[in-house]
Design a binder for this molecule. Structure first.
Ligand code: PMV
Length: 361
């Protein structure tokens, strides 16, 4: 991939322009987890996720030639000006000076909203940063015309999303995607994610993900701080090796329709992520007592029913319950009977594997 893709140019000052771009982009859930980074938001290990369907951000950008010496950027979240989010977004835009030099020539009105409540305990950085990156790439294509090819467009969107939040790099594709260099996937890169859609078994193209909200409070330790603790973690090298072995097994399981291997890898990844937090210096844990009660109930239900049900965890207490579409009725019954009382306010978001971002304007 030519590194020229990751720069752009200014627009002729004599041309006046304006337009409106809108994208919807989903959150994603990692099955092999990215944990630890180096350099400018580069991953210490490769990760694999699938994009969700119902949990997404919609972002629109209205742009026009700047009216004064300094371009004016405005940010509205869910209909209101939001100075805290705005400050982060403006800093991010400033940092993109080399990637999109033309941004300093444009006044921007950015509006963003999530399909899920702010307090649902779902990380919104993947969906919001990928939606913003897609909008910025569409502006480049409209004003400069340098992202005509779909591969160029999505590679650049993934690269830009990554600069905002590592896991956001994987949200620009539907289905499965991989971020981080991995010898068994030659096109993989630390700079951007790539789609992983070769011969995926049909069973794994229809996965359900019911997100059991155990606690919706803001995390006590941010992912940023968690990644940083991996710099001095005694198990860091072993973790990198483990993630590569798990990725290799999971890619094969997805292609072969191997339920047992899928469960083994995905649950091992979730528990390893939380074990790394507990064995960091200083240690911490983002689990809630109910998280463990849910995990135990899932294992017992799987043993009793013989069904494909397993869990993964993000960097937080909420549980993603993963199952096949065909088993939906039995699993929803199980949730109602055994799990719902462990959820905060009986709160569950029923989601599924999704088919990627959509342009809406
Ligand atoms: O993208 P960040 O910096 O919010 O880190 C995300 C880390 C995990 O969600 C725990 C794992 C992952 O790969 O998404």
């Amino acid at each position: 991939m030519s590194s020229k893709l990751f720069t752009s140019s200014l627009i002729s000052e004599t041309t006046k322009f304006n337009g409106n771009i809108k994208w919807q982009s989903p959150s994603n859930i990692a099955l092999v987890k990215y944990w630890g980074k180096f350099g400018v938001q580069l991953p210490k290990n490769p990760s694999l996720s699938f994009g969700l369907s119902e949990a997404y951000t919609q972002t629109s950008i209205r742009f026009s030639s700047k009216k004064s010496a300094h371009a004016k950027h405005n940010f509205f979240f869910e209909g209101k000006e939001n100075p805290a989010f705005g400050a982060k977004i403006f800093q991010f835009l400033d940092d993109l000076d080399v990637v999109f030099p033309f941004l300093k020539q444009l006044d921007l009105w950015i509006e963003s909203e999530n399909s899920f409540p702010h307090s649902a305990g779902i990380a919104s950085s993947a969906s919001s940063m990928s939606a913003l990156a897609l909008c910025l790439c569409s502006i480049e294509q409209e004003l400069i015309g340098s992202l005509k090819l779909d591969t160029d467009f999505y590679t650049k969107a993934s690269y830009v999303a990554r600069l905002g939040s590592g896991s956001a790099s994987r949200s620009v594709y539907g289905g499965y995607s991989v971020w981080g260099e991995f010898t068994e996937l030659t096109e993989s890169s630390n700079n951007f994610a790539v789609p992983f859609m070769y011969d995926i078994h049909p069973l794994f193209m229809q996965l359900r993900d019911s997100i059991l909200i155990v606690n919706a409070d803001e995390k006590t330790v941010s992912s940023r701080a968690g990644h940083a603790l991996m710099d001095i973690h005694p198990y860091a090298e072993a973790r990198i090796a483990q993630s590569k072995q798990n990725l290799s097994w999971l890619m094969a399981a997805l292609q072969q329709g191997d339920n047992d291997r899928f469960i083994e890898v995905v649950e091992n990844e979730a528990m390893s992520l939380h074990a790394l937090m507990m064995s960091s210096k200083p240690w911490y844990s983002l689990m809630h007592p109910n998280t463990l009660l849910i995990l135990k109930a899932i294992r017992e239900f799987r043993e009793r029913s013989g069904l494909f049900v397993c869990f993964t965890l993000d960097a937080g207490p909420n549980v993603h319950l993963i199952y096949h579409q065909d088993d939906e009725n039995s699993v929803l019954q199980f949730i109602e009977n055994k799990l719902i009382d462990f959820c905060y306010d009986r709160n569950i978001i029923h989601d599924r594997i999704g088919f990627g971002p959509k342009r809406l304007d």
